[in-house]
Design a protein. Structure first.
Length: 349
């Protein structure tokens, strides 16, 4: 046995060393795990329910949100596209609640029908931030705050431009025969823009002949415009509730042999629209085919980020946060419009 003692000593030394090292390895592994847990714990989890992908505006809006809510910026994002269906968005919100996200960001497809699911979010103590369109809920405490555009103001700017331009040309208001290609019905953008035109038509004495939805898409607007051209032979203004619709309407007008532009006294059809995001539409505006565009700014990612940061700091941001927006036209006759006491310069598209 004696002769084996030095060997045993060496074996015990090795075992002892391994145990020591093993202990170190375990603790460093745990530290690594701890670190990653720590990292995940410090990320703010956001569930974002986007309503769909109907327009270039929407794509730019989604891009802005995805570029903002990154791990580098301190977020873990769960993104769901609602494909234009409120039911999908409600399911997404319920999933976010189950996942116990820190914040729910909702870009709602329409205004009505959100009360139950937003109550569920409130019961789960998850703050909801609305972005772009709003929800119509009698209990405003169902959401923390909203950020987006003043859609009716956009409409007031466009209609003020139409009024300034046409009166400047000496056109009697009753000679404006207008059709409205509306957005998808029932959301804040459509409601504000439709109301803005209806009020202007009533106040100025324009002939508003039809209001039909083009679903904010080029294809549907082309169909709607084709049908309107069959129904009316005196259309001289087409009010499109977004740029994609304007592109579709222009395609239908030109295919029907109509000239598109501001000079309605010479038989052109004036097209106006909203957004200022789609490059083709901006080019049309530079050529004068779209006479006037009220900007609708889609870059809400950093704005929602700022709202979350404020809530994280224990601040209560303003309930309604409006984005400043411009108005574009390349037609030099009108240099500015004044709406609700504020003057907006007309900017080059
Ligand atoms: O809610 C914003 C509107 O929705 C944009 O003007 C339109 O293009 C979009 O689809």
């Amino acid at each position: 046995m004696k002769k084996y003692l030095p060997l045993l000593a060496v074996v015990f030394l090795i075992i002892g060393f391994m145990i020591g090292c093993g202990g170190n390895y375990v603790s460093s592994d745990e530290a690594a795990v701890d670190n990653s847990t720590e990292k995940a714990d410090t990320l703010i989890t956001v569930g974002f329910s986007q309503l769909g992908a109907e327009s270039d505006w929407r794509s730019a809006n989604t891009d802005s949100m995805l570029a903002t809510f990154t791990e580098e910026n301190g977020y873990s994002l769960v993104y769901k596209n609602g494909q234009q269906k409120q039911a999908n968005q409600i399911t997404a919100i319920r999933t976010f609640i189950q996942q116990d996200v820190d914040y729910i960001v909702l870009a709602p497809a329409n205004e009505e029908g959100w009360e139950s699911v937003l109550s569920e979010a409130r019961d789960a103590h998850i703050p909801v931030i609305l972005v772009d369109r709003r929800v119509n809920a009698s209990d405003k405490n169902l959401y923390s705050c909203w950020v987006g555009s003043d859609f009716e103001l956009e409409a007031k700017k466009v209609t003020a431009w139409i009024n300034a331009y046409t009166t400047g040309c000496g056109i009697d208001p009753s000679e404006l025969h207008i059709v409205n290609i509306q957005g998808t019905i029932g959301n804040t953008a459509q409601i504000g823009r439709t109301r803005g035109l209806a009020n202007a038509a009533r106040d100025y004495g324009w002939d508003l002949m039809a209001e039909i939805s083009g679903d904010f898409t080029e294809a549907k607007a082309r169909e709607v415009m084709e049908a309107l051209l069959k129904r009316f032979d005196n259309i001289n203004v087409v009010y499109c509730e977004n740029d994609n619709e304007a592109i579709g309407a222009i395609s239908a007008l030109e295919s029907a042999g109509r000239r598109v532009g501001p000079n309605i006294q010479k038989g052109e059809v004036m097209v106006v629209s909203f957004d200022g995001v789609n490059q083709e539409a901006l080019n049309y505006a530079r050529e004068g085919k779209i006479s006037c565009i009220a900007e609708c700014n889609p870059l809400h990612g950093p704005r929602v980020d700022a709202l979350i940061k404020a809530l994280e700091n224990g601040e209560q941001p303003d309930k309604f946060n409006y984005v400043d927006e411009k108005i574009y036209s390349s037609i030099p006759d009108v240099t500015d419009v004044t709406v609700d006491g504020k003057t907006y310069p007309i900017e080059k598209p």
